[in-house]
Write a protein that binds this ligand. Structure first.
Ligand code: SIN
Length: 279
């Protein structure tokens, strides 16, 4: 788009761009929001540096892109139920989101996008990786794509690797629903409602099988897809500083929070935006 009020710098060949020259805490016009949304659709995850976004401004920004929803298992920060703290403290060993996933696919309508702002980060480590799920699908053989197009993945909130990553936060800030089991079925290949492109939509954190198939029958194909969909060529990696912000599109991207900063503290704040029923 010409005349857009920011610079776009892709950070890998597959996914992700840093956007420079924009203050997200200022009054943004509808045209600027539309240009940001287009950048998100083009790059799947967009990053910003040095943003001054205390919680009220962070929430106001999120509302320009959609409707913030509450995370089912962890309470929001004081006064802001829609903002959760994503934290790992020096004595903790497991980090929140340290497994490849698209957010909360065990909901009937998983969030379309997530905003994550860094408050306190370790001097080194704690990066986040993102993987392009359009590419994951498009690099499969036509026959495999055809096969997947007829399948639905079953997502569960209880898969062990993912539930482990939220245990510390449930202990400190769990909601009354924190131990509830949530399950949803979604097409293994979803069509992005805005771009019209198809993306692979299973993830190792939450997908437990294919509908109508046993766990044993699902396992080999899922195992292959879980390996395939996160290969390095589909990814980018983002290093955080306080004030860095990422906005990612859960409909076509997955992410993974690196857990390589033991003994250090990392504190982020996160908002997810309501999504539609995957089709
Ligand atoms: C998340 O999975 O939402 C957290 C990602 C991160 O902390 O980098």
């Amino acid at each position: 788009m010409r005349n857009r009020p920011f610079e776009v710098q892709p950070i890998s060949g597959a996914i992700g761009a840093e956007l420079h020259g924009i203050d997200l805490g200022s009054e943004l016009t509808d045209a600027t929001i539309a240009a940001l949304r287009q950048a998100l659709l083009d790059h799947l995850v967009i990053f910003f540096r040095d943003q001054d976004l205390p919680p009220a401004r962070f929430l106001a920004l999120a509302k320009r892109f959609g409707s913030p929803i509450e995370y089912p298992f962890v309470k929001g920060i004081d006064g802001f139920p829609e903002i959760i703290a994503v934290a790992k403290l020096p004595h903790e060993t497991v980090n929140f989101g340290g497994v490849w996933h698209s957010d909360t696919t065990y909901l009937q309508q998983p969030p379309m996008a997530t905003l994550l702002v860094a408050r306190e980060v370790p001097p080194v480590g704690g990066d986040t990786l993102f993987a392009n799920q359009y590419m994951a699908l498009e690099t499969l053989s036509p026959r495999m794509q055809e096969l997947l197009a007829g399948l639905h993945g079953v997502s569960s909130s209880a898969k062990a690797d993912a539930s482990r990553t939220r245990e510390d936060r449930i202990r400190s800030d769990g909601t009354v629903e924190a131990r509830k089991l949530l399950v949803a079925e979604h097409p293994a290949v979803r069509t992005h409602p805005e771009t019209g492109r198809k993306a692979l939509y299973v993830n190792v954190a939450h997908t437990v099988g294919f509908a109508g198939m046993t766990e044993d029958e699902s396992k080999p194909l899922l195992g292959f897809l879980f390996r395939h969909q996160i290969q390095p060529e589909f990814t980018c990696r983002f290093k955080w500083h306080p004030g860095s912000l990422a906005i990612w599109d859960n409909r076509c991207a997955q992410h993974y929070a690196m857990n390589d900063y033991h003994g250090q503290k990392r504190v982020m704040q996160r908002i997810t935006l309501a999504g539609d029923t995957p089709r």
